[in-house]
Design a protein around this ligand. Structure first.
Ligand SMILES: Cc1cc2nc3c(=O)[nH]c(=O)nc-3n(C[C@H](O)[C@H](O)[C@H](O)COP(=O)(O)OP(=O)(O)OC[C@H]3O[C@@H](n4cnc5c(N)ncnc54)[C@H](O)[C@@H]3O)c2cc1C
Length: 456
């Protein structure tokens, strides 16, 4: 690696090639739970290019030497995707952080290292907003695209895939390719855009992107509805969807998780009683539209409810409810073996919850019921409780089995990365596996790009 380091210094400058283990340490991990993340390789160097051209030169160097490259964004991934599992280069995109907002076309022109937090902030200055919102705003645009990240607003606006119009990618041989542009429709070529989105760094480095923005909705409200059990909550939610309402988000949470998180945050719980809650966020350009939606949704959701819906309109109140929901993961983190993100077709939600209950009974465990119900993604976090590792792995496998049995997926959001690879290998269609391997071999002929991840 010494030779690579010396050559890299000529490209990016002495200060941006790091071998010091103390500085390297935080780049060896992401946010994957310590109990399940892979052991990082130590014979790595960290390189921080400052421009697209520098990324290209570094990747060419790696290609010529046959050295693995591990693309790294904000390190918020939850499947070990950014962890360097072999000796090689950690390529951090943090210095590629140029961002401009094209207000007229409602498009952000963002380099890969721009954080989600900054994109949101800058867009707001132009009266615009970027809908995808996976939990951690430290995630970078390159990482969000590479993982096709989701979050609670996917119900109305889709995952990252729906927000990317165009991209520049440095291929594994160092050459630059432009896919897509600022247009919403573009049928000029095969759709490689969507091949790179969600490819988790296995096919190249995303260096720049055109992202679709929307006018910021001026009015929003959060409706919290209590239910006697989760099944009743799901039933009401389905009725609402069938009635044609598509709110910004539709979340299902059990009251134990909400109360525990409120306590963890030092906030009192003042949002009513029930076994489970539906949390619906509505946002519209004007008050009339907003109130019509609130009225329609509340009428449907009240039917099976165990109490009156709570309507939060003040920003502080909405922010507090959202914060409690968003921090559930953190509230459980200390006792967490692994956070899952399985998805099922929306009509299978009740059957999936039933399967979770059977697994709970069998192993004497209790999962938080937390779901982006509107798109069928569940986060049944596996807590350490009193089980040994072998049993915890069995619990994980039974949850995967239940989701796949119902026509779902082992991951709706966080991706395959390293930790889910054996299960993706198990459940993926054989023909699809062959295609993925063939595409990988064609684009990454030397197999240097994020090896041991994502591809079967
Ligand atoms: C508290 C918390 C809540 C979360 N909630 C959600 C959620 O609701 N929904 C959801 O979908 N995710 C969620 N996540 C997961 C995470 O935020 C996403 O996976 C995010 O997309 C990762 O972005 P990153 O920049 O941190 O990427 P990293 O973790 O650095 O990398 C992730 C993967 O992308 C690759 N990569 C990074 N940058 C590039 C690039 N420029 N080009 C090519 N490949 C690249 C890496 O090699 C790796 O494989 C959550 C994470 C946390 C910690």
């Amino acid at each position: 690696m010494d030779k690579i380091a010396e050559e890299a210094k000529k490209i990016v400058g002495e200060g941006y090639v790091v071998s010091d283990p103390r500085i390297l340490e935080p780049y060896l991990y992401d946010k994957t739970e310590p109990h399940v993340r892979p052991k990082p390789a130590r014979e790595v160097i960290l390189i921080k290019p400052g421009s697209v051209e520098e990324v290209s030169e570094i990747v060419k160097l790696a290609f010529n030497e046959g050295v693995p490259v591990f693309p790294r964004g904000g390190g918020t991934g939850l499947a070990g995707g950014a962890i360097p599992t072999k000796p090689g280069i950690i390529l951090s995109l943090e210095r590629l952080n140029r961002l401009s907002i094209d207000r007229e076309n409602m498009v952000a022109d963002a380099e890969a290292g721009v954080t989600l937090g900054r994109l949101i902030e800058e867009s707001e200055k132009f009266g615009l907003y970027f809908p995808p919102h996976p939990g951690d705003e430290g995630a970078q645009i390159g990482g969000l695209i590479a993982c096709n990240a989701g979050g609670s607003r996917a119900l109305r606006h889709g995952s990252m895939r729906s927000s990317v119009l165009g991209m520049q990618v440095v291929l594994p041989n160092g050459k630059l390719v432009n896919v897509g542009n600022k247009t919403i429709k573009n049928n000029m070529a095969s759709n490689f855009l969507h091949l790179f989105i969600g490819s988790e760094g296995s096919l190249g480095i995303i260096v720049r992107s055109f992202l679709r923005l929307y006018p910021k909705p001026m009015h929003s409200a959060t409706i919290l509805v209590p239910y006697g059990n989760v099944e009743k909550a799901v039933d009401s939610a389905m009725k609402m969807l069938w009635a044609g309402y598509v709110p910004l988000s539709l979340e299902l949470v059990d009251s134990r998780s909400m109360k525990r998180t409120a306590e963890y945050l030092g906030l009192g719980w003042k949002y009513g009683e029930g076994e489970a809650f539906l949390m619906v966020v509505v946002s519209e350009p004007n008050r009339d539209m907003l109130y019509a939606e609130i009225e329609g949704i509340s009428a449907i959701l009240s039917e099976g409810a165990s109490g009156e819906p709570i309507l939060a309109e003040r920003k502080e109140e909405q922010d507090e409810i959202l914060k409690i929901r968003s921090e559930i993961y953190s509230a459980y983190e200390k006792n967490l073996f692994e956070g899952l993100d399985v998805s099922v077709p929306i009509g299978e939600a009740i059957r999936f919850i039933d399967s979770l209950k059977k697994i709970e009974e069998k192993y004497g465990v209790k999962f938080p019921i937390v779901a982006h119900l509107g798109d069928g993604t569940f986060h049944p976090d596996i807590l350490m409780d009193s089980l040994d590792r072998e049993k915890l792995i069995k619990v994980r496998e039974e949850i995967y089995e239940a989701a796949v049995y119902l026509g779902g997926s082992i991951t709706g959001e966080h991706g395959i990365g390293y930790t889910r690879k054996p299960y993706a290998d198990k459940y993926m269609d054989d023909g699809l596996k062959r295609l993925m391997i063939a595409v990988k071999r064609t684009i990454d002929e030397r197999g240097i790009m994020n090896p041991e991840k994502f591809v079967p």
